[in-house]
Design a protein around this ligand. Structure first.
Ligand SMILES: [Zn+2]
Ligand SMILES: [Zn+2]
Length: 241
C-alpha cells in the first residue's frame, strides 16, 4: 500500500460490510473478526470434487479417496477446489458482491480464495484462466461480470492469461436458484459455446466461478471446454454448497 492510501485510511477508516466495525488500516471491506467467521475448508476433502468430508479421515495413505457421488457419477472436470463452505458470512459477502452493485468486493473475495487454495493453484500450473460467463443480457443488468473479475484477480496473481469472450453464454437461462438438480441440468444444456478452440487446445485450464452448488452450470462449461481440446480442467470457486 502506498503512503497516500495509508494516510487516506487513517483519516477515513474503512467500515466492515458486515458488522460496520472499522476494518483497520487497510483497503479491505471485511474486518478480521468477520473474516474469522468464514467456514474455510480444512481437513480432508474428495480428491475430485473437493467436497469436505464430515469426518476428517487421515488420508495420508490414500490421497485419491473419492466421495460417494464422484464414485457414482464421475465429474467431467479433473479437480475442483473451493476455499470455503457456502454458509453464513461468505453467503452475505457473495450476495452483496453479485446483487448489490459492489464489484469492488471482488478484491476481498480473491484474498479469501487465495488464503486457502493458493498453494494448490500454483501446484496445478495452469496455462489459461476462464470464467463461467454471464449472458450479455444479465451483464447489462448487473453492469459487471462477477466471475470474470475473480478470474482476472487470480490471473494477475499467478501471472497467467485470462481468456476473454471466448467461452460465451449463447442462450439466456432463468436463474438456477429455485430449480431441482435435473431442472438445472436441462436449463443450462447447450447454453455455452467456444468461439476459438485454438486458445484451449492442449491447455491446462482453470474454470472460475463464485459458487459451486449442484455443479450443473460448471459441468456444462467443462464439457464445452473439453470438446474444444483442453487437456486438464480445474474448477476453482470461492465457496461450495
Ligand atoms: Zn466485520
Ligand atoms: Zn467428490
Amino acid at each position: 500500500m502506498n503512503l497516500l492510501n495509508k494516510i487516506f485510511n487513517i483519516v477515513f477508516p474503512g467500515k466492515c460490510l458486515l458488522c460496520n466495525d472499522s476494518t483497520g488500516l487497510n483497503t479491505e471491506n471485511i474486518c478480521s473478526k468477520c473474516m474469522d467467521k468464514i467456514a474455510f475448508i480444512k481437513g480432508s476433502t474428495c480428491a475430485r470434487c473437493g467436497i469436505p468430508f464430515e469426518v476428517s479421515y487421515s488420508l495420508e495413505d490414500n490421497l485419491d479417496y473419492l466421495c460417494q457421488r464422484c464414485r457414482i457419477f464421475s465429474p467431467s472436470f479433473d479437480m475442483a477446489l473451493s476455499a470455503c463452505r457456502y454458509d453464513g458470512v461468505i453467503k452475505e459477502i457473495i450476495s452483496a458482491y453479485k446483487y448489490q452493485n459492489k464489484p469492488y468486493l471482488g478484491n476481498d473475495i480473491i484474498s479469501i480464495m487465495l488464503r486457502v487454495v493458493e498453494r494448490g493453484l500454483v501446484e496445478l500450473s495452469p496455462e489459461l484462466i476462464i470464467a463461467v460467463p454471464l449472458h450479455v443480457k444479465r451483464l447489462r443488468e448487473r453492469g459487471y461480470d462477477q466471475a470474470y473479475i475473480l478470474a482476472e484477480g487470480i490471473g494477475r496473481y499467478l501471472n497467467i492469461p485470462v481468456s476473454c469472450g471466448n467461452l460465451t453464454r449463447i442462450r439466456y437461462t432463468v436463474p438456477q436458484v429455485n430449480l431441482s438438480r435435473d431442472e438445472r441440468i436441462k436449463n443450462v444444456k447447450g447454453a455455452f459455446s467456444v468461439k476459438d478452440t485454438h486458445e484451449l487446445k492442449g491447455k491446462r485450464v482453470f474454470l472460475i466461478d463464485d459458487v459451486f452448488t449442484t455443479g450443473a452450470t460448471i459441468e456444462e462449461c467443462v464439457k464445452i471446454i473439453r470438446d474444444a481440446g483442453a487437456e486438464k480442467i480445474y474448477v476453482v470457486t470461492v465457496a461450495r454448497a
